[in-house]
Design a protein around this ligand. Structure first.
Ligand SMILES: Cc1cc2nc3c(=O)[nH]c(=O)nc-3n(C[C@H](O)[C@H](O)[C@H](O)COP(=O)(O)OP(=O)(O)OC[C@H]3O[C@@H](n4cnc5c(N)ncnc54)[C@H](O)[C@@H]3O)c2cc1C
Length: 387
């Protein structure tokens, strides 16, 4: 039996009824029409202030989120850590907000999660999203080389200040901080800013981590360029490596506006690109890697690379990450073997985490292989428990 096929370890934390609920949920989101209709009805119901939050909570929310507040998440976080040796990363998943008060809220919340991480062994990282700290349009203008108005310049300065505040706190408290990646047409502005911060705070080790989305065909060149600059300037690179969550949106925009799509031509090209990035990072010194993936082959590859380069399973420069509610067979089996594993645990008010939940539902629908894999494993475990 291969490591990730062990369903007893994978679902150790799940009661029989939780197992049944997960099975039912993945069965539902396996159907594309169901997800389309479900998304449309839910969005309508929330806008019309219909009382659907209870239903959302009982289904997708409780499966993919840790709770409404960070405190709600703690019992699950402790349980995953105590029983499964799986760590957690509190992910404030409120998205699509556009005013300064909400950006300050996200800043406060990120600082709070840095404090949590400093106190709790179960929480090894903090995380934030660039557009949580400022308007998407500002990042986009900078990325596209447009001039900012006087007011926009002030907004940008505030964004930069927010980034500096969280990075300073992370460095002072020795809590590594992950910065998520988003749409390609805003990403350069965030990348440049994060690079500056890596240069400041990653002199001795990686504290600030950016994110590489390997579904973008330009990311290997970006990584090599960054590596060269890091070498010249003497800083460590921290990188979360993912495939990328905005593929359909990226392709649609490129087609609509008539530019070459930034996305790899097909799934195999993305997979090769991903594996090349993790291989490159493991071959070079002064890099810390956080492999955010549910792909079994890439996870096995990273284990092989660690062995090849004599890197211990629990070396703090190498982490595996999965999202809460997905791929427990990878997380719990890796953790049992002594690897560093962390789940992103999203939290926030039900209606504010809807964009995140919709992305998860769509991801589990579009990647047919992944859903059927989850379903298969759940089925095997149900049979093993004779349910
Ligand atoms: C801990 C963690 C952190 C994350 N952080 C981010 C983040 O900051 N930013 C972000 O964008 N995403 C992020 N993600 C989401 C991540 O991008 C998706 O979960 C991921 O794309 C799913 O891919 P996978 O590696 O699990 O592998 P698989 O399930 O094997 O791959 C699916 C992915 O392959 C790519 N793909 C599918 N079909 C094609 C095709 N026809 N052509 C080209 N490429 C294709 C897409 O990216 C798709 O999502 C994160 C995920 C995790 C686990």
């Amino acid at each position: 039996m291969k490591l990730f096929d062990n369903t007893e370890t994978a679902f150790k934390l799940k009661s029989d009824s939780e197992l049944e609920r997960a099975y039912f949920l993945f069965k539902m989101i396996q159907s594309q029409p169901m997800v389309r209709i479900g998304t449309a009805v839910t969005n309508f119901a929330l806008k019309a202030h219909l009382p659907v939050e209870g239903l959302i909570r009982a289904t997708v929310f409780d499966h993919f989120c840790g709770g409404v507040t960070e405190d709600d998440c703690l019992p699950n976080i402790e349980k995953m850590y105590e029983i499964g040796n799986v760590h957690s990363i509190l992910d404030y998943s409120v998205e699509g907000k556009e005013d300064e008060a909400q950006f300050d809220d996200a800043l406060r919340m990120t600082l709070k999660t840095i404090d949590f991480a400093a106190e709790k062994k179960a929480i090894p990282f903090a995380v934030f999203k660039p557009t949580g700290f400022g308007r998407f349009a500002i990042y986009q203008k900078i990325t596209e080389g447009e001039d900012l108005t006087a007011n926009e310049k002030v907004e940008w300065e505030k964004i930069v200040e927010r980034f500096h505040k969280v990075c300073r706190a992370a460095a002072e408290k020795n809590v590594p901080l992950l910065v998520d990646a988003e749409e390609s047409w805003m990403q350069d502005a965030a990348d440049d800013l994060v690079e500056e911060l890596m240069e400041t705070y990653n002199k001795e080790k990686a504290i600030i981590f950016n994110t590489l989305q390997m579904y973008r065909h330009d990311r290997m060149d970006y990584l090599r360029g960054l590596h060269q600059r890091a070498h010249q300037k003497g800083f460590h690179i921290g990188m979360k490596v993912v495939r990328g969550a905005y593929m359909e949106k990226e392709r649609a925009r490129a087609e609509e506006k008539g530019y070459e799509s930034p996305i790899c031509a097909n799934k195999k090209a993305t997979d090769d690109n991903y594996n090349e990035a993790i291989t490159y990072m493991m071959e070079h010194k002064n890099m810390a890697i956080f492999a955010g993936t549910h792909n079994e082959d890439s996870s096995y590859l990273l284990m092989d690379l660690a062995e090849k380069h004599n890197i211990e399973a629990n070396d703090r420069r190498m982490w595996f990450g999965q999202l809460y509610g997905m791929s427990d067979h990878i997380s719990f089996n890796l953790a049992k073997e002594g690897y560093n594993v962390a789940k992103y645990v999203p939290f926030g008010p039900v209606r504010d985490v809807m964009p995140y939940l919709i992305r998860r539902a769509e991801e589990n629908t579009s990647v047919a292989g992944q859903t059927s894999r989850e379903l298969n494993l759940l089925k095997v475990e149900k049979a093993r428990r004779k349910l």
